[in-house]
Design a binder for this molecule. Structure first.
Ligand code: NAI
Length: 390
């Protein structure tokens, strides 16, 4: 039932749900958008109308009115009963998601398929709340959904296997770049990206460099669009810290994912980043932004340390079959706009150099956080590449 004619239901009309609903309607589907909060639904409706009209003015879509006519806005879950695909994007709480899925299942047809946009919960445990868990899978969009190309497609342990290629094909029809990720904490992006934040904070906590210098190094030398401190302030520490803590707990407290006190304290202080005017940086109109120390030797040291940790994470995800090498590269370039895929970056730096850098950190700290993936050790020792040389 995952074809162009599918009626798409979206549960939750917040930042993600409204964005996903927009993508589905622009792709030609009839969309039923449901929220249990009438004010949130009204706000989403108003914003969607404005957004689609602006897109028409810019020439990005031909007929905003026709797209708006494909929407219905539902105040009851039962109004999703004739949907063929329902995507859930409600609050990130397992028990609430489970009860919504179990209620939804009683309302829709047997061949309706159900997806969750969760960023950190197990798809398998959501599916377990259903009597037909084989029709449940993960469809993880990125924020803002209409602009970010990546969608992680996640089979639960119980998912009917043929559903995954069908979901992938549908996402391609929607103009998205789908990748398939194993149902493990953080899927691809939220797992592999952890060191971009965690190692940057560690460098700062050790006093090796200040935030402005670390941000400068990773943007100017590393080529990342935003430095880690600027990015964390932008995402908000309520979101970014909570993802880190959830991933850490879900990995049975693996020290590689250990959260930091610096970021936890910001959360406790209510310094959530840009949205509260203060996070790592102070955004008050009269605040003076700190200046970076543009010492290139220090800058390269910072980039090497953060990057080798990111590379190790990507290599380990490949080693543990979280995703294919191609999908890992797509995920990091399309989901978080990294300038290069991390496995290509490893090939460019060479696996033996990456392994040597990581082993030097391990030797210096004797912390499990710096242990090299078995696959990086093999590639480094045998001087192998992940992709053929161009
Ligand atoms: P949000 O807080 O902006 O929106 C959630 C909406 O769900 C609200 O409008 C709320 O009224 C509604 N809702 C809550 N419980 C409900 C229920 N029982 N029935 C119907 N509607 C209900 O949240 P956001 O940011 O859109 O996140 C939604 C989901 O998407 C979460 O699972 C989150 O982890 C995931 N996600 C969020 C991303 C982000 O950057 N914000 C990125 C990717 C995934």
């Amino acid at each position: 039932m995952l074809n162009n004619n599918a009626i798409v239901g979206v549960i939750g009309s917040g930042a993600m749900g409204a964005g996903i609903a927009q993508v589905a309607a622009v792709a030609g589907h009839k969309v039923v958008l449901y929220d249990n909060n009438a004010a949130a639904l009204d706000k989403a409706k108003g914003n969607l109308i404005i957004t689609l009209q602006k897109l028409q003015e810019k020439g990005k879509i031909a007929d905003a009115a026709a797209i708006i006519n494909r929407f219905s806005f539902a105040a009851q879950l039962s109004e999703l009963s004739n949907c063929n695909l329902v995507i859930e994007a409600i609050v990130e709480k397992l028990e609430i998601k489970k009860s919504v899925f179990s209620e939804l299942e009683k309302l829709v047809a047997d061949d309706c398929v159900l997806a969750s946009n969760t960023s950190s919960l197990s798809i398998t445990s959501i599916a377990a709340a259903c009597t037909k868990p084989d029709r449940v899978f993960g469809l993880h969009f990125f924020n803002p959904a209409p602009l970010m190309a990546l969608v992680e497609v996640i089979p639960a342990v119980q998912t009917e296997p043929s559903l995954i290629p069908a979901a992938k094909a549908l996402m391609q029809q929607w103009g998205k770049v789908p990748v398939i990720a194993k149902d493990t904490p953080g899927f691809i992006v939220n797992r592999v990206a952890r060191p971009f934040y965690g190692e940057a904070i560690r460098i700062y906590e050790e006093g090796i460099a200040d935030m402005a210098t670390i941000d400068w190094a990773l943007t100017e030398i590393g080529g990342f669009k935003m430095g880690p401190f600027t990015l964390m302030d932008y995402i908000g520490h309520d979101v970014n810290y909570v993802v880190t803590e959830t991933v850490f707990q879900s990995f049975f407290f693996d020290p590689r994912y250990k959260p930091s006190f610096s970021q936890k304290r910001l959360l406790e202080a209510g310094w959530l980043g840009r949205k509260t005017g203060r996070g790592f940086y102070n955004y008050a109109a009269d605040a003076i932004m700190p200046e970076a120390n543009k010492d290139t030797v220090l800058g390269y040291r910072i980039v090497e340390r953060v990057l080798v940790m990111l590379i190790n994470e990507a290599v380990d995800a490949l080693h543990l079959n979280v995703a294919s090498a191609e999908d890992l590269e797509l995920a990091m370039t399309k989901g978080v706009n990294y300038p290069k895929g991390l496995l290509h970056w490893c090939d460019e730096w060479t696996a033996d150099k990456c392994l040597a850098l990581l082993d030097a950190l391990y030797h210096e700290y004797h912390e499990d956080r710096y242990r090299a993936s078995a696959l990086l050790r093999k590639k480094g020792t045998e001087r192998e590449r992940f992709f053929p040389a161009q």
